[in-house]
Write a protein that binds this ligand. Structure first.
Ligand code: ADP
Ligand code: ADP
Length: 235
């Protein structure tokens, strides 16, 4: 039961030009429902490229992409956008909240874009903000929030449309260690509560160690460096 299946993904930038770079060379990765996977690699190894392909923001040169068991290769741009809005949530190092809108509005707007009725969208936004402990900040604009609060609001926005897969690129990279730890704790409990799958690129090995599995991107391929702990035997 997979949220994400990437198989044999290849991606070359500047093909045939000076500076051609083969970033992904047969990358294969599966993320099960309910699983949180850390993606670690040095800068420039292709983490963002892999996340963009997994999140249907970019297309591979070769290989297959499936979300919740549905093949995503060869879809029209429109179908890809619809699949992305429905199935995928993104979190970035910098929150990318809309500065002229309140915290609440930032969580409401993606739902409106997805066809949710305004009253329902607002109820859901309030519920999400309360779950991450920023309900009392709902009517503030991002500039009035701390870095940790802004990132919590960004989590709520990413989860606003009930995605099946959460993709995060250095989600705590711009926070101080203590705030980073708290915000990461919030992220993990949200992911656990909602049972969604997450693929989280990070340089922070302490955070990576708290996830279910760690994979590494090396020479354009994905290798497992910490396998899931065996589940306790039932019975
Ligand atoms: P990471 O996220 O691990 O730092 P990226 O996926 O951003 O890695 O980039 C991997 C490599 O591909 C880098 O060498 C980068 O310069 C190159 N690259 C990324 N995007 C493009 C692009 N649009 N055009 C050309 N080269 C790119
Ligand atoms: P919208 O509903 O505004 O059209 P999309 O469906 O295009 O947004 O995008 C959905 C998600 O993908 C958003 O969370 C957005 O942050 C992210 N996204 C869209 N385009 C890009 C891009 N070029 N680079 C990084 N993230 C993007």
């Amino acid at each position: 039961d997979y949220a994400l299946e990437l198989a044999g993904i290849e991606k070359v930038y500047k093909r045939g030009l000076p500076g051609e770079v083969a970033v992904l060379r047969g990358a294969t990765l599966e993320v099960r429902r309910g699983e949180v996977v850390a993606l670690v690699a040095p800068s420039g190894a292709g983490k963002s490229t892999l996340l963009h392909i997994a999140g249907l923001l970019d297309t591979p040169d070769a290989g297959s992409v499936a979300l919740t068991g549905r093949n995503m290769v060869g879809l029209s741009d429109r179908d890809r956008t619809l699949a992305r809005r429905g199935d995928v949530g993104f979190i970035y190092q910098f929150h990318h909240l809309l500065p002229e809108f309140t915290a609440l509005e930032n969580v409401v707007i993606p739902q409106l874009a997805n066809g949710v009725a305004p009253a329902m969208a607002e109820t859901r936004a309030h519920d999400l903000l309360a779950r991450v402990g920023v309900a009392d900040r709902a009517s503030h604009r991002p500039a009035a929030l701390s870095g940790g609060e802004q990132q919590r609001v960004a989590f709520c926005r990413a989860l606003a449309n009930g995605p099946k897969l959460l993709l995060a690129d250095e989600p705590t990279g711009n926070l101080d260690p203590e705030t980073s730890d708290q915000v990461f704790g919030t992220l993990m409990s949200l992911v656990r509560e909602t049972g969604l799958a997450a693929l989280i690129a990070t340089h922070n090995l302490d955070l990576a160690a708290r996830m279910d599995r760690i994979v590494r991107l090396d020479q354009g391929r994905v290798t497992e460096i910490k396998a899931a702990a065996p589940k306790p035997v039932q019975g």
